[in-house]
Each structure stands twice: as C-alpha cells, then as structure tokens.
Design a binder for this molecule. Structure first.
Ligand code: NOJ
Ligand code: CA
Length: 610
C-alpha cells in the first residue's frame, strides 16, 4: 500500500504508477529520466508535490495512489517461445463499412459492397477482417451508437446480407471479427427508452440515470466529444451519463441483469459463427462506485475530466473475465480490446495469457510524439516510434501479444503526420508497411493503407461531418475563425480516414469538393509482396527479435526462427544515410526504393534474407 510518504521511485516501480507517470511525462513532453534520476526518485511523493506548486496540485497524487493501490497483482513478462494461435499468425484488415465500397450508388458503403471486394482482400493476402459497427443505429457516431444489437443498419443492408458476408469470408478461408460496443448504447436503444420512461423497470439501473435539477450535473466529468458528460432529461428530471456523444448513453456494468443481456447478445453473434470481437473502449466499462468528482489536475494534464475513475475501474478485471469465461471461451472467440489510456503495464494486466481476460489491446500512445495532441500540426519523428515500440517489444513478454497499427477510423493518416511533403508519402507508406508487417506482433491494416492514402485537404467545415469534429466546432466557434478551425481539423480530424475509398464509388454530397485520391500501385505491390513474405514462414509471427541498431534515423533488426532469419533496415528520416547493415551472404528480398542507388534514400526500407 503506497501513501504520500512513499517515494517517487516506489511509485514508479508499481505497474500502474509507471504507466500513469509515463503517460503524464509523454503529455508534458518530458523524458523518463525526469523521474528516474536519483534526486527525484528518492523523494517522498508528498515533498515532490510541494516542490511543484502551481504546476501540480497534491490531489493529483491522491488520484494516482488510489489507482495504484487498487491493483495488488502483477504480471511477469514471459521469455518462453510464443504459443501459437491463429490470431498471432493472421494479418487483420479493418473495414469502416460506411466508406469502404458502395454497391448501390447512394454514396454510403454497404455490406454488398464489402462482399464485392472480398476477392480483392483475399488476393491482397489478408487473413481476417475487422468490421467497424454494422448494427442498427441512428448514426450519431456512425454506428458506434447502437440502437439494436441484433439488427443491421438499413443503409448497410440486411441480416441476410450479413450472413452472406460471413459465409463468403469463411468460404475464402478468412475470418471476421465484429466491433462490440458495450460501454454505451444509443439513447434510441429499447433498453434506454424503457429505463427512461419506466421508473419501476429493472432496466432503469442499466444506465447511469441520476435525479437532479438542470443546474447541477451529478459530477464534473467531461465528454470526449466536448462539453460535460451529462445530459439532462427535463421531463423525467434525470441526468444521464454519456462519456461520448449526447446520444451515446453509458451502460452500468454494476447491474447483473445488464451483464446477462450483453452476454446473451454476444453469444447470439458467436452462434452465427463470427470469429471474435474488437471491443470498443472496453477499459471504460467499470466506473468507480458513486462516480466521484474528477481531479482538476488530471483533467488539466490529460485534457478530460474524470478519466481516473474509469480507465482502469475497480471491477474491470472481473467483468473481462466474465465475458471471456461465459461468452468467448466456449466459442474459441478472439478478442482485441480498444483501451485508450492504458500503457504497457496496464495492458499486460488485461492481456497476459494466464489471466484469461483479453487476447490483445489497442493502446494508443504511439500515435503522437511527446507533448503533442491529435489536433497539433507537427511532423512526427519516427525515431520516437522506434524507441517506443522497442520498449514494448523488449518488456511486454511473450505471454502478451502486441498489436501493430498506424491507422484506424479515429485518426488522420500517419503518412501525413510524418511529413508534410507529399512527394515523400509513398516512401513513408512503404516504410510503415515494412515496420508493421515485420515487427513482432499482430498487424492491423486500415482500409486504404495498401493504396498509400494520405490525408485529404478539406476546404470547408461542411465537409467534416463527424460528431467529434462537430463537438470541436461547437466548442470553439465563439473564439476561433472558420479558417483557424479548418486548419486544426485538417491536422487532426478522423474524417480523413472516413472518405469513401478510391474505387469504392462516387463521393456522397457531404464530401462534394473533396478530390478522391488515386491509389498508388507501387504501394499496393509492396503490401502484396510483404503479406506474401509474412505468410511464407513463421519467422515474422513467432520469431525472435534482435536489435541491430537504433542510431539516429536508423532502425535495424533481425527476426529469426529455426535457423531462418531476416534483417530489416529502415531509414526513419527524409535525409539519405549510409546503410548500417553489412550483408555478407544475404539476399535482398525487398527494397522499397529499388531504383535508388548509393546510400539509403528518404524513409527507405530493405529486407535481407540471411
Ligand atoms: C472508439 C471508437 O473507435 C470511436 O470511433 C467512437 O467514436 C468511440 N469509441 C465511441 O464509441
Ligand atoms: Ca450504398
């Protein structure tokens, strides 16, 4: 049990303390040595708090200590060989159905559209598809606000279309995982309507509905989509908690009946034969009882108020174990949990094989370099990515499995973040593909990565339709010009990854004026080659990892298994540099810039077979 009289060093040595401290250092743009240097690490937490008046309020440490003291367990990272599993060998491909392929010309991607592209995906060489939500939804957050878990959104097709999709995926020897959004439902879900309308219904307790007056929300928590996390329902005199949009009402997992209904629904999909789930913000499902006020200092550092009361809640492990035991395991289903805010140690606690919770997590700290947020317009230094991923590779343990991704539907494209120079984008796209497909872990490609897509240039706020951006616009309209908002959104909006894919049909009216990009055949060819190479042996899914060089702008490593090995040499910057790997009898099997002569070119990547 740590107290304010424990030292900073003791705090930093606990798994949770370390993750939280690293997260704050990252946010503040400070190196880890800030806390590991002996002067600071021997200091009592209480004194450290006093040393930084104005900057850090002592209440911050109370918030951290309560999270740290809640976790009595630890995970020992294993060094044993990786245990085989299909999802460790697979390369996943994320489909955002709305913008993948439109079969009927209404500008909205749909399930028949996905079916029509299955041969393309199979031929590309991916093994499993992750479908972002296709459930019935009023679309406040493009399907992440589910109205009916057992129906398909009409714009996307019918349940027959879905069944056909699943059968066609399986017929091609691929697998399909669904998005499971169970932290919240739409306010139009029957459970919520009943909870709101009928005070005597047991479903009233399925949500966080608190009686009160319009002037006083139950606590100070903020929504991720701007403004407070509480919505007032005047007719009922109730406040409802929504961590996301006003139409995404948080479910109360404390309620046994709610958990039973959610588990039934999961089993219903598994009975259909789906192979697993990507679980939306799954680390948020357990909230501190009583929903205590968020600490203002944490809010200042992280940007959202209240997070310490649900990113790693008191019953999180228990709920995850229940889902696994009662729904996933009987069907052999795979799970990857979207876990914003969890660092390496907390991720281990929810994924280590022996703990029987999740199979993998998506953690997000690699998406921005220190001190940067998603809306910052800056150039991402891949040297930082190398150092970050190395920490995970070296310390995560073989009982935990890394997920490898650079893009998804919630972020702008990484190639554009790395450099503003468009001429370099194809090189960067190929370099990221090499990293993603040769580092240890399971890769998740996002639709369009293989086409070398980069960000769009939105010319009007009207082209940006996403609820997160709308929250940003509403919050800033009074203090920023349209041009300023557009500049910021162009740097960070997730709309960039939600424009209908090239070849997927005509852009819908709300994207009028946006010029669809042209796929880059060389990038696609590289993906095809790399996916084939990955399949040709088990070196990449299971092989050992050996760092050869992490000198500035270099990332050189060896992957080996059973006498077979590959060396990967990457130039992480735009400046050409001399290669560091000295091939003896090795054969160059992949060169991202084959026509380039002399030193390695900008963002150049090579794979050597030894
Ligand atoms: C994470 C999803 O990826 C994102 O698209 C969504 O807006 C939030 N969760 C809320 O469901
Ligand atoms: Ca359509």
């Amino acid at each position: 049990m740590l107290t304010l009289d424990s030292t900073i060093g003791e705090l930093y040595r606990t798994p949770i303390g370390r993750d939280l401290a690293d997260k704050m250092l990252l946010q503040a743009g400070l190196p880890q040595s800030t806390l590991t240097n002996p002067l600071v690490s021997h200091m009592k937490i209480r004194s450290a708090a006093k040393l930084l008046p104005g900057k850090i309020d002592p209440s911050l440490f109370d918030a951290i200590l309560s999270l740290v003291n809640r976790e009595p367990e630890t995970v020992t990272p294993s060094k044993a060989p990786v245990k085989p599993a299909w999802w460790k060998e697979a390369v996943f491909y994320q489909i955002y159905p709305r913008s993948f392929c439109d079969s009927n010309g209404d500008g909205i991607g749909d399930i028949p559209g996905i079916i029509s592209r299955l041969d393309y995906l199979k031929d590309l060489g991916v093994d499993a598809l992750w479908l972002s939500p296709v459930y019935d939804s009023p679309n406040d957050d493009n399907g992440y606000d589910i109205r009916d878990y057992r129906a398909i959104l009409a714009e996307f097709g019918t349940m027959e279309d879905f069944d056909r999709l699943l059968a066609e995926v399986h017929a091609r020897g691929m697998r399909l995982i669904m998005d499971l959004v169970i932290n919240h439902t739409s306010d139009e879900h029957a459970w919520f309507r009943e909870a709101l309308d009928d005070p005597s219904s047991p479903r009233r307790n399925y949500y966080f509905l608190k009686p009160g007056t319009p002037d006083a929300p139950p606590n100070n928590w903020g929504s991720f989509f701007s403004g407070p996390a509480w919505r007032y329902f005047p007719e009922e005199g109730l406040w409802g908690l929504h961590l996301f949009s006003k139409k995404q009402m948080d479910l109360n997992w404390e309620d046994d009946g709610l958990r039973r209904e959610v588990l039934d629904m999961i089993r219903w999909w598994l009975e259909k034969g789906v192979d697993g789930f990507r679980m939306d913000v799954i680390n948020y499902i357990s909230k501190d009882p009583g929903l205590p006020a968020g600490d203002p200092t944490v809010a200042g550092l992280i940007g959202f108020c209240g997070v310490e009361h649900y990113i790693y809640g008191p019953r999180l492990h228990e709920f995850l174990k229940q889902i696994r035991r009662e729904a996933f395991d009987p069907y052999g289903a795979f799970s990857v949990g979207e876990c914003p805010g969890l660092g390496m140690n907390m991720s281990r606690m929810v994924t280590a094989e022996e703990r029987k919770e999740l199979d993998m997590v998506f953690s997000f700290d690699h998406l921005e370099t220190p001190g940067h947020g998603k809306y910052d317009d800056y150039e991402y230094d891949l040297n930082w990515y190398r150092d970050h991923i190395l920490q995970w590779i070296e310390n995560y343990g073989t009982n935990c499995r890394l997920s490898l991704f650079f893009n998804n539907h919630d972020n702008p494209r990484m190639v554009s973040k790395v450099s503003r120079n468009k001429a370099l984008h194809p090189y960067i796209a190929k370099l990221l593909a090499v990293l993603q497909l040769t580092l240890p872990g399971t890769p998740f490609i996002y639709q369009g990565d293989e086409m070398g897509l980069s960000n769009y240039e939105f010319t009007s706020l009207d082209q940006i339709t996403d609820v997160e951006a709308k929250g940003f616009i509403a919050e800033n309209r009074a203090r920023m010009s349209e041009a300023e908002m557009l500049r910021i959104l162009n740097a960070g909006t997730r709309e960039h990854t939600r424009v209908l894919l090239p070849g997927g049909g005509q852009l819908p009216p709300w994207h009028a004026g946006v010029t669809q990009q042209t796929p880059d055949p060389e990038v696609e060819e590289s993906y095809r080659f790399l996916l084939k190479l990955r399949r040709s042996s088990k070196v990449f899914p299971y092989g050992t990892f050996e760092l050869i060089s992490d000198k500035k702008n270099a990332f050189v490593y060896r992957r080996s298994l059973n006498g077979k090995s590959y060396v990967i040499e990457c130039n992480l910057a735009a400046e050409p540099r001399k290669p560091l790997y000295k091939p003896k009898k090795s054969r160059l099997v992949f060169d991202s810039q084959p026509l380039h002569t002399g030193d390695l070119g900008p963002y150049h990547a090579q794979i050597w077979e030894e």
